[in-house]
Design a protein around this ligand. Structure first.
Ligand code: MEV
Length: 315
């Protein structure tokens, strides 16, 4: 056992397929390295958590951190260890569709495994992360754990091995934070409710979202950014029908489109959180990012779609 061990994870952006992925449709997600989490684990006299949300005995952590509490209990139980202090430092805004809860679970599990000098395997890591995500989100597809633990864009399907997916598109993605906390747990539950009260119409929307993701894959492989933009716009209209967008997201989507975006949509759980817009190049992306800020976006980032790391929109 090491004295102190560290684990890391990054944020994620879902390009296409959120919500539909819960029902077995594919989704495309990218790691978002502009936002990261680092966790450390070390022996301690009692279980202790040190994070920006809460610092103190783990037993007294608020219920909103139950996912993390349970994760640490499970790891402690499985590896039969004594108490630990877990320190978490994160630049991923919480509840903004960037996979913050999954990334914390990935970083903490990695730190714990490293502390125990146990080799990390994707299956072992995701077992712990998805257990924690079930508590955070109710019925997670697993995409957040997969995307926040990796370094490459992925094409993800529930219960399938996920496939690294190179993005070689001439285009630039703008990510904008509405500043409003998203409610993935609620939106996932609301889509499940729609599925039970209006199964035919809801299944049609989900199937179409899946088709749009498959088409997006083809568009990306063929470097067709205009086509990808149109697919994003159609996805946003369907996500609105699923009731997972809201006025703030719709407004920022419209601002992006009015300022030259090829397509725009929410990303992640919705009803708050972040939106994404596709621009033909970095210059156009900077203009769109500027307008999104003027329209109330709390923060914006640019992410080239050739797998290069994200940079601040203001650089
Ligand atoms: C959340 O980032 C993505 C959702 O599709 C939920 C999930 O896949 O677990 C909304």
């Amino acid at each position: 056992m090491r004295e102190l061990a560290t684990g890391q994870a990054n944020g994620k952006i879902i390009l296409m397929g959120e919500h539909a992925v819960v029902y077995g449709e594919p989704a495309i997600a990218l790691p978002f390295s502009a936002a990261q989490v680092t966790a450390t684990i070390q022996s301690a006299p009692e279980d202790w958590l040190d994070s920006s949300y809460f610092s103190g005995p783990l037993a007294k952590a608020p219920t909103t951190l139950n996912n993390l509490k349970e994760l640490l209990h499970l790891l402690r139980h499985d590896f039969a260890t004594g108490p630990v202090i877990c320190r978490i430092a994160s630049t991923i805004p919480a509840e903004r569709g960037m996979g913050s809860s999954a990334a914390v679970a990935v970083a903490v599990t990695r730190a714990f495994l490293a502390w125990q000098q146990v080799e990390e395997t994707p299956t072992g890591l995701l077992h712990y992360v998805n257990t924690s995500e079930k508590i955070a989100h109710g019925n997670p597809s697993g995409i957040d754990g997969a995307a926040t633990s990796g370094t490459e864009p992925i094409l993800f399907e529930r219960q399938q091995p996920f496939i690294p997916f190179p993005l070689n598109l001439d285009g630039c993605l703008i990510v904008a934070d509405t500043g409003v906390k998203g409610k993935t747990r609620d939106t996932v539950a609301d889509v499940a409710h729609l599925m039970s009260v209006a199964p035919t119409a809801t299944k049609q929307i989900i199937t179409r979202l899946g088709d749009l993701t498959r088409e997006a894959k083809t568009a990306i492989s063929a470097n067709q950014s205009y086509r990808l933009g149109n697919l994003m716009n159609e996805a946003q209209a369907l996500l609105q029908q699923l009731s997972v967008s809201n006025g703030t997201l719709d407004h920022l989507v419209q601002v992006a489109l009015n300022n030259g975006a090829l397509g725009a949509k929410l990303t992640g759980g919705g009803r708050g959180g972040c939106m994404i817009a596709l621009a033909s190049d970095t210059q156009s992306a900077a203009i769109i990012a500027n307008q999104l800020t003027a329209a109330g976006a709390q923060e914006t980032w640019l992410q080239a779609l050739g797998c290069r790391p994200a940079v601040s929109a203001w650089l």
